[in-house]
Design a protein around this ligand. Structure first.
Ligand code: DHB
Ligand code: FE
Length: 454
């Protein structure tokens, strides 16, 4: 995959990037657990029993038992996390760092006292500095590698066979979907009220969408939504956060968790997108523990109904639209463009849809609650289809004045729209479905499906 990793040819170092983090997640979380005195005591009393509580790989556990920091780094460990293990053993940072160099503790100390290691010859692999050459390995690591050599050879052969069989190509965005995500829609589904006169016309508007989805089901949905004070309270307020975990449970938003399936993520694609998008100048927050609220689960129901398992993988993408300043429409549109480039540089032939959720007109608070502006909403849909770049220049105050305070959720639609082909110089999308309805709880429901044309 074509990520920019210029640091791979720096000798004697491992840069802790999203891929390393994904590999080392449980190893690092295990290390973090040693921040608590009780856990340190339990670990020291019976290492094997304590390690058995953690879903780390056998190799990571072997590396921990061997206290081989280079080995732990190879399997995804990061020094700041691993240092908790070193601290548990009573080691200083200098002892830990020195242990990775192949020098004795005294030699390393002497080198530091003499001014430290020189960068000369240690900038690029293949120069002639003293940090070149193979990483020093503990006897346990060498042993592990010998014992697994045969297994590895077999695995390589297997992977080779599989990759010969697997289709080649890269991921592409086939369509974008836009939809309100009102929690009352979820409640109507969960309590069997969809056929009631209040709800029937709203759900009827999504029947064509469910039919369309049967023939256009993607492998992955990149789902842009906002967390509504569910995971992120006022202690942490990320502007943009991407869910890189393997799965995401439905959240309990105060009424009990919705009876919907858990969401299966795509950690490999998500961390690829994170790395690519950050390198394109958008400083995302990466989230490995996330419960998904109505902002995500309601659109899933609207597009897929109520299956026992969701038929697609989902990458949740949160945008702060709760506390100002929230990101501008222009920033969201440009982020969408960056996400498209990221997705289309992923070298697996995945069909990806990007969804934008929230909106349309709604004001949930104050004497102005219940504000609905049909004309403005429909003009927003027109402009979203025909000239989203121009629409993205609209200031926040227009959303608030015209569509209500919570109408600001609509900026998220611009992320999905920016990821469409025409925003990158390609063809204009085809409108597969458009729907507008008032009311659902306090909002106007807007919905659009745009297909990229080959
Ligand atoms: C409502 C709409 C929302 O988008 C939301 O996040 C919460 C409530 C509503 O209209 O009730
Ligand atoms: Fe919302």
């Amino acid at each position: 995959m074509s990520l920019n990793k210029p640091y791979l040819d720096v000798p004697g170092t491992t840069i802790f990037d999203a891929d390393q983090s994904r590999k080392g997640y449980w190893l690092n979380q295990f290390c973090m657990s040693l921040m608590k005195a009780d856990n340190r005591a339990r670990f020291k009393a019976d290492e094997d029993a304590y390690l058995a509580e953690w879903p780390m790989t056998d190799e990571q556990k072997a590396a921990v038992r061997a206290r081989d920091l280079n080995w732990m780094m190879r399997t995804g460990g990061n020094i700041y996390f691993l240092s908790k293990l070193g601290a548990t053993d009573g080691l200083s940072f200098q002892q830990m760092a020195g242990s990775m160099t192949g020098m004795s503790e005294q030699q390393y100390r002497d080198m530091m006292v003499a001014g430290g290691r020189s960068p000369e010859g240690n900038r690029v692999v293949g120069e002639h500095g003293d940090a070149q050459g193979p990483v020093n390995q503990s006897a346990a690591w060498k042993d592990w590698e010998q014992q697994t050599q045969k297994r590895l050879a077999a695995a390589v052969q297997q992977a080779h066979d599989a990759s010969n069989k697997a289709a080649t190509g890269h991921a592409r965005i086939s369509a974008s979907v836009y939809s309100s995500h009102v929690p009352a829609i979820g409640a109507a589904i969960d309590h069997g009220k969809t056929a009631e006169p209040y709800w029937a016309p709203m759900f009827a508007g999504f029947e064509p969408s469910k039919a369309w989805m049967k023939t256009h089901r993607p492998d992955v949905v990149f789902l842009v939504y906002n967390d509504h004070a569910t995971n992120f309270d006022l202690s942490v307020i990320p502007t943009f956060a991407i869910g890189t975990a393997a799965e995401f449970e439905p959240a309990d938003e105060g009424y009990g968790a919705r009876p919907v399936p858990k969401v299966i993520g795509h950690p490999e694609l998500a961390s690829h997108i994170a790395q690519s998008v950050i390198q394109q100048g958008f400083d995302l927050t990466l989230v490995n523990e996330l419960k998904v609220d109505h902002g995500l689960t309601v659109p899933m129901n609207l597009m897929f109904g109520t299956p026992a398992e969701w038929p697609v993988r989902v990458i949740p993408f949160h945008v702060n639209v709760v506390q100002y300043p929230v990101p501008s429409g222009a920033r969201c549109f440009a982020l969408g463009q960056a996400i498209r480039r990221a997705i289309e540089s992923f070298d697996q032939p995945l069909n990806v849809q990007i969804w934008g959720t929230g909106g349309m007109s709604h004001q949930l608070q104050g004497p102005r609650a219940g504000l609905i502006n049909r004309e403005w909403d429909n003009a927003f849909l027109d402009r979203l289809i025909a000239d989203p770049q121009d629409l993205s220049a609209m200031p926040h105050i227009d959303y608030v004045r015209e569509a209500g305070s919570e109408g600001i959720e609509l900026v998220m639609w611009l992320i999905a729209r920016g990821a469409m082909a025409d925003a990158g110089g390609g063809r204009s999308p085809r409108v597969a479905h458009r729907f507008y309805h008032v009311p659902a709880s306090n909002t106007a429901v807007g919905h659009l499906i745009l297909e990229n044309q080959a």
